[in-house]
Design a protein around this ligand. Structure first.
Ligand code: FAD
Ligand code: SF4
Length: 289
């Protein structure tokens, strides 16, 4: 084990105290609550989030500038959502000076790259006011998730209320109260190929990152990583936005987060090294470990 969890200042188990946010949040409503608070305080003037597109459960990135818009983005869509592609749009067409953005660990890497090497993105680097990362073991293309839901779980995409991945299962909850849980052995072959070279589980490069793993149902595990993240998180706590518990006092706690992060990284390192052995890529160069 090494630096699987990246650098962080604090880690807690938390959930939003706002009942409206929590009602349709994926986990503890951390992402929506944090952006809603940041909007209200003028820390951001909009956030790039993922709503629903023209087909059931098809993600659509958009720029939320009100609490009502943020509420429509709650919940995880297990598909690629090109949120980073909206950064330029947010600063230029929307004229935002303080941009919030949510994304998977790979998207947090892209955000930091844009800030370091702003080629064609001159306006962007100073305008990222809050980058919230979400934990991610793997992702899927729309067609794949459709096949999992329709062929394997036997449900219509439009009747799905929520999807979750946890405790070794991909679960589909329908509006009529059905729950179908598929073992991850089935979902594995549908994963996006690019996810097999990914070495970050907990969004190491975000200001604040969050996921369900480690915390009880309805709660989230939260890593506060940067000075900026710490400033916003502390203000939100002081304003009563979140209930928190020390991570050491919840089950399964950081032990499980570390174990899953290690498993992901280790599995993908083996794959990277195997590819390098037949000349593809440079093999293992994990910046986090
Ligand atoms: P909410 O307040 O419900 O808000 C959800 C936020 O996520 C919204 O802002 C929305 O814009 C954003 N969002 C939704 N779908 C996407 C997407 N496809 N891409 C980018 N942003 C999106 N957590 C774990 O603990 N373990 C995992 O292995 C894990 N894997 C994940 C894989 C994927 C592909 C995704 C998208 C998320 C995964 N998560 C995982 C994170 C988890 O499902 C929740 O998104 C996270 O806990 C935030 O919940 P919340 O209640 O705080 O967010
Ligand atoms: Fe991105 Fe890695 Fe998640 Fe795949 S597994 S979506 S590459 S963060």
């Amino acid at each position: 084990m090494g630096m699987e969890l990246g650098k962080y200042k604090t880690c807690v188990s938390a959930r939003s105290t706002d009942k409206e946010i929590v009602a349709k949040a994926q986990d503890g409503g951390i992402v929506t609550q944090l952006f809603a608070f940041a909007l209200e305080q003028g820390i951001i003037d909009g956030a790039i989030v993922t709503g629903l597109g023209d087909r059931p459960w098809k993600p659509r990135p958009f720029i939320a500038t009100t609490r009502e818009e943020l509420l429509t983005s709650r919940g995880t869509k297990y598909n690629v959502s090109p949120n980073v592609a909206w950064i330029k749009e947010a600063t230029r067409s929307f004229g935002l000076d303080k941009v919030g953005i949510v994304g998977t660990p790979c998207q947090m890497q892209a955000v930091r790259k844009v800030q370091l090497y702003p080629i064609g993105m001159r306006d962007v680097p100073d305008k990222i006011a809050l980058a919230v990362g979400i934990f991610c073991m793997e992702n899927f293309l729309y067609k794949s998730i459709q096949q999992l839901v329709e062929d394997h779980a036997g449900q219509k995409m439009q009747s799905v209320k929520k999807m979750t991945i946890g405790k070794g299962k991909f679960s589909v909850y329908t509006e009529r109260g059905n729950v179908v849980a598929l073992p991850l052995k089935i979902t594995e072959k549908y994963e996006q190929a690019g996810c097999h070279v990914c070495l970050d589980y907990v969004a190491n490069l975000s200001d604040v990152s969050t996921g369900s793993v480690g915390s009880p149902d309805g709660w989230s595990t939260v890593f506060v990583r940067t000075k900026k993240g710490d400033h916003i998180w502390s203000k939100a706590i002081a304003a009563g936005c979140f209930e928190t518990k020390p991570i050491e006092e919840v089950k399964p706690g950081l032990e499980l987060v570390t174990k899953l992060a290690h498993e992901k990284i280790h599995k993908n390192e083996i794959y990277l090294n195997k590819r390098a052995s037949y000349g593809v890529g440079k093999g293992l160069r994990n910046p986090y470990i």
